[in-house]
Ligand binder design. Structure first.
Ligand code: GLP
Length: 254
């Protein structure tokens, strides 16, 4: 894993966008795995800027999102399909027909999960963007006794419901379930870029980087992937540096 630490969220976002932009410029028909949450917002804003001011062209890009809340669709502000439209898809020239998310309103969610797994098999990601939950979840793969393999319907943990309630009017409104890609599709990406910002992620980032690979910290599976870049701002890197003595420059010399 390559770990890059930036002074603040803005620098983190700009550098994350540069990596995505390089991917798209080098391979215009890239398949991008996209994530929601507040962390990638700055990166998406910078990609929009690059599209407007630097001719970054998304016309041949395909995107697959990691997850969607069960029970929410495009009419709901808090659905991930709405999030992606608002912050990225409506502001760049990606073909809307080439943007995919699991169907949160499917009559049969299990079937929708199976369909998404098949779709993901057909369009492997060149670059997968990930955020990370405070409990180490990626997508909505919550801590559990085993790593979930395929796209599935999952129950959100209490910690995730509480963390995500800030986007809803009340805790009651936070959906209790989601459809999420499992580890197979995340790990199948050629390259993975994980972003984390803020002190509340510091502990889980240290677990991910220095802890054992365990399904209780779902992101720890990334230690088994050959090409992972982790971009952190200084608060998110605090434990790495203070508790574990991580030194970015020493790593560079290796
Ligand atoms: C949600 C998403 C994750 C995301 C996480 C962290 O639970 N399903 O993909 O990484 O939140 O969100 P934030 O970036 O807002 O901390």
């Amino acid at each position: 894993m390559e770990i890059q630490i930036f002074e603040n969220y803005e620098e983190l976002s700009i550098n994350a966008a540069r990596l995505v932009a390089a991917q798209v410029r080098l391979k215009p028909d890239s398949v991008l795995g996209l994530a929601t949450g507040s962390t990638p917002l700055g990166m998406y804003a910078e990609l929009v800027r690059m599209h407007e001011e630097e001719n970054l062209d998304f016309s041949e890009v395909t995107s697959l999102n990691l997850d969607e809340y069960l029970g929410l669709g495009e009419e709901d502000d808090q659905s991930y399909v709405s999030f992606m439209r608002e912050h990225l898809f409506s502001k760049i020239n990606i073909d809307p027909e080439a943007t995919y998310l699991p169907d949160g309103l499917a009559a049969d969610p299990e079937e929708a999960a199976m369909y998404y797994e098949m779709l993901a098999d057909m369009v492997p990601r060149d670059l997968q963007i990930l955020g990370i939950g405070r409990n180490g979840h990626i997508g909505f793969n919550e801590p559990d006794d085993v790593f979930p393999v395929e796209t599935h319907v999952t129950d959100l943990t209490e910690s995730t419901i509480q963390a995500n309630q800030r986007f809803f009017k009340s805790e009651e409104e936070v959906p209790r379930q989601a459809i999420t890609m499992g580890m197979k599709q995340i790990m199948a990406a050629k390259k993975i870029l994980l972003l984390a910002s803020g002190a509340e992620k510091a502990e889980t980032i240290a677990d991910l980087v220095f802890g054992e690979v365990t399904s209780q910290v779902p992101a720890s599976i990334l230690n088994l992937h050959p090409d992972v870049v982790i971009m952190l701002d200084e608060p998110a890197a605090r434990y790495l540096v203070e508790e574990y003595g991580f030194d970015e420059e020493e790593e560079d010399e290796d």
